[in-house]
Ligand binder design. Structure first.
Ligand SMILES: Cc1ncc(COP(=O)(O)O)c(C=O)c1O
Length: 397
């Protein structure tokens, strides 16, 4: 039977049904294909497969059924032509760069990025003669003005990590399209359950699947989805250079997508309630959450996203950097429910001090550019009872 066209189905149906391949055993839940290579019927078939004269599996660095099932389901959720999976989110970003850029090209991006992405661009991609220009995420005109004849890629996250700034996907995407520039959006904080960047003039959407796609803090993974012509170039990098997703992780991530929408709605509901409560706390100077009306880009966020997401950031009151760092450390140390870990995207709530952890290794200048102060705390709100989270924060604050 032909596979259905997933475009005709709702998100929840695609999340549980798209990308399922059934073996001859007729298993209902997807099988896990833990194999590094595949056997051929005869030497002639091996020759045909290796020379691309016959389709079919050869080796798991190239293709694996568990990885393909995950890629197909994520492509269906992002409304993408194609998807390629990688072993981590950083591997996805690296593969995009290796697949789409050459020496002399330029990336336009923003300081409002995950710290390791900035490090990847500044310390590694730049070594190969690719220029990087930083502009404010929220100012489409600045993106336009940064374009030169060498500009090949716009790279951004929305909402950004950890300050939750919102990029105008329509405006920035349109500017890029008119200039023939490829746009890549890291959709890690929202996932396709809350935001689908490919509905705008955006070419590629990228994930650290380690975060909300897994959603339970178990495995690492990454993916890029979008226009088939770009994905094919990125896929060649993955196949040749080897940042391949393991079949086991792909199987976990494929199954996790089935609960993505219900998890993201529950995370967002609790995050909004916690953000509202923090806003009225006397020790808190400012709460940053796209779902709050006080967020400077609330209207844009609610246009692009169906909910605010799980991440809430807030600044402690005070002005001296050392004193703020001490207060932030005291809060992190006082927690009994929130986990002290650098990750996000888990059923368990997590508290992070970005200036000393996720953004601790970037230069002071890059940190200032990203607006990350010593008094900033990032919460990744999990699925515990909201009263327990409030009580835990109240004690530390
Ligand atoms: C927004 C964002 N993008 C990319 C990454 C990198 O993903 P990974 O850790 O899977 O390599 C992270 C990791 O925290 C992230 O927060």
């Amino acid at each position: 039977m032909d596979k259905p066209s997933w475009k005709d189905f709702g998100f929840a149906t695609r999340a549980v049904r798209a990308g399922t391949e059934r073996s001859d055993f007729g298993e209902h839940s997807e099988a896990l294909y833990l194999t590094s290579s595949y056997v051929f019927d005869d030497a002639e078939q091996a020759a045909r497969r290796f020379q691309n004269q016959e389709s079919g599996p050869v080796y798991s660095r190239f293709t694996n059924p568990s990885v393909q099932m995950f890629e197909e389901r994520l492509a269906a959720l992002e409304n993408a032509e194609e998807c390629v999976a990688t072993c981590t989110g950083m591997a996805a970003i690296l593969s995009v760069c290796l697949g789409l850029l050459k020496a002399g090209d330029e990336i336009v991006t923003t300081g409002s990025l995950f710290g390791a992405t900035i490090q990847l661009f500044d310390n590694f991609i730049a070594k190969f003669g690719v220029g990087v220009r930083y502009v404010p995420l929220t100012d489409p005109q600045a993106w336009k003005e940064a374009i030169t004849p060498q500009t090949r890629l716009f790279y951004l996250e929305t909402p950004s990590n950890p300050l939750l700034e919102i990029a105008d996907l329509q405006a920035i995407g349109q500017i890029a399209r008119e200039a023939g520039v490829i746009t890549v959006v890291d959709n890690c904080f929202c996932t396709p359950a809350l935001q689908q960047p490919l509905r705008y003039p955006i070419d590629l959407v990228l994930h650290s699947a380690t975060k909300y796609i897994d959603g339970q803090g178990r495995v690492l993974g990454g993916a890029v989805a979008g226009l088939g012509t770009h994905i094919e170039k990125i896929r060649q990098v993955v196949r040749t250079c080897g940042p391949t997703l393991s079949p086991f992780n792909a199987w976990v991530l494929h199954k996790s997508l089935e609960t993505l929408q219900v998890r993201m709605r529950a995370h967002s509901e609790s995050a909004l309630a916690l953000a509202q409560w923090l806003q009225s706390h006397p020790s808190v100077a400012r709460v940053i959450y796209p779902g709050l009306e006080s967020h400077p880009q609330h209207a844009l966020a609610m246009q692009q996203q169906s909910a605010g997401g799980a991440i809430v950031s807030f600044e402690l009151k005070g002005s001296d950097a050392d004193a703020l760092r001490q207060k932030a450390f005291a809060l992190v140390n006082a927690t009994e429910v929130f986990s002290r870990t650098g990750n996000l995207g888990d059923t368990r709530s997590i508290m992070t001090h970005p200036a000393s952890t996720t953004h601790g290794r970037i230069s002071e200048e890059a940190r200032a550019r990203a607006g990350i102060t010593q008094g900033l705390i990032r919460l990744a709100v999990g699925l515990e009872d909201i009263q327990d989270l409030q009580r835990d924060l109240a004690r530390g604050l």
